[in-house]
Design a protein around this ligand. Sequence first.
Ligand code: CAA
Length: 258
Amino acid sequence: MAYENIRLEIEDAIAVLTIDRPKALNALNSKTFHEIESALNSLPPTVRALIVTGGGDKAFVAGADIAEMVSIGAAQAREFSALGHRVMQQLEQLSIPTIAAVNGFALGGGCELALACDLIYASEKAKLGVPEVTLGVIPGFGGTQRLARLVGKMRAKELLFTGERVDAAKAKEIGLVLEVLPADQLLAHCKTVAGKLLKNGPLAVAQAKRIVEFGADQDLRAANELERQGFAVLFGSEDQKEGMKAFLEKRPAAFSGK
Ligand code: CAA
């Protein structure tokens, strides 16, 4: 399918989704959200990891599209926010691991997009932040909640109240990104990480993702019950038999995802 504001490239089991509106620093307008939604819906089952990055050499995503939002009222803002939330949730709930390759500015909605991914790596050029208060608003795509859950309430409040950007090194220090890479090595690093995940049982990786995501907001007993169920379910899979047999036979496992 032809997209205007994004690119979806699939190389074997790894898909790379590039938000590609460099003229507007890849800002997220409604059309871009709809394109992301349809790209995520179109991922074939052979894809086992997704990398999200930004087109051009300056930005991952510089936020929600301010030009689209400037003159809307509360009802339209609610719809726009609902659209953003839906797409972020769709990304977060994909059964495959997702990796944000933050190659430049990840501000506002761009930071929120990275936060909806499972793993975040940044280039040395990256700048992250939630500057919405400088525009008289707050993040509208889940950023207040995902940021606080990732870096803690007080750090999140500092970023949300000041609207200040942090560089990649500071982002790593506060746990907002995992690693900082030279710009020209970022994508290759993300593909290497994806490659490592691909060697493992896909059903097990999907369960691990689901249980961390759903368990994180529950009390420990309920969350541990999710783990018990997920653990048991995997013993009904061919992958569990294959993985354990392969270990005992001292050979690499050939997982089928069944
Ligand atoms: N929306 C729309 N257009 C944007 C944009 C955005 N979020 N960010 C950048 N652009 C556009 C600029 O308007 C400019 O367009 P023109 O060339 O047509 O003038 C072009 O991208 C290049 O931007 P700059 O000239 O500003 O580039 P710069 O290098 O001087 O600055 C920047 C880069 C610091 C990222 C700056 O562009 C900036 O501050 N952008 C806005 C960041 C922001 O506030 N993001 C939060 C948006 S609100 C939000 O996201 C709410 C939500 O959660 C729902």
